[in-house]
Ligand binder design. Sequence first.
Ligand code: NAD
Ligand code: ZN
Length: 261
Amino acid sequence: MRAGGSDPIREAAGLLAEHRNAVVLTGAGISVASGIPSFRGAQGMWAKYDPMEYATLHAFMQSPRKVWEMLSEMLSVCGDAAPNAAHKGLAALEEIGVVRAVITQNVDGLHQAAGFRRVIEYHGNMEELICVFCWKRYRTRERWTQGTVPLCDCGEILKPNVVLFGEPIPWLAQEQAEEEARTCGVLLVVGTSAQVSPACDIPRIAKESGAAVVEINPEETSLSGNVTDVHLRGSASEVLWQLLKELSPGDEASPRTPSGH
Ligand code: NAD
Ligand code: ZN
């Protein structure tokens, strides 16, 4: 934790203004205000579905119909969700040239829905289904309806094209994420507990390459107090809106400045 900065928002805004090539790493916390529960915590998905029973490739291969109970819930929750002020705030930061990319662990597509352009989907997304036997892919909305289990033309049960525990990160996303982490001046870490590997290595890679790490999270995480330079404690929407105000003082700089935070 960086000492001395009396106002952490101003300190973070100063870093962002100085470098203007920030990269953002987001996690489930940024989408909580859109009605998508995170995985950890009392309201989290894991309170209902044990990840070892529902979120591993092994579990999917053993009992795909059971895993689809959790996947169906996730798909319908994501299908109903819209981007919140935090997603819009990040898109506005990209628009004004402060942020250049977002690496997201989320699979909900809400950064793109908010208009963010350079999104690296580290864990895939729910919009596509894939057959783990013949690798054929389908649009989820063309193959799946609530209450059914989608089948491939080859007869096997399809899997959303997301990374379950035990699966590798998509090669291109991993390459791009590491490159962004190595070359950014500031890494903004928003709404992740940084416990899922290898995504949790991204802040360390950025830090070791000389970037400042700014964390937005109401709670302490494994990064706080060591990797994190500036910890902005608060909800993502509230803090990002404050940062935007600092970075575009008194103005109409961005037509997409978020509201309703
Ligand atoms: P996590 O559930 O482990 O941690 C969420 C973090 O967000 C916590 O540290 C919490 O304090 C913080 N948080 C909660 N509300 C917040 C808010 N309003 N503003 C800022 N921070 C807030 O999530 P994770 O680290 O992303 O790991 C979970 C894994 O599960 C990820 O890999 C992700 O792929 C997946 N996941 C995705 C979604 C989604 O796509 N929306 C939802 C749940 C889980
Ligand atoms: Zn198939």
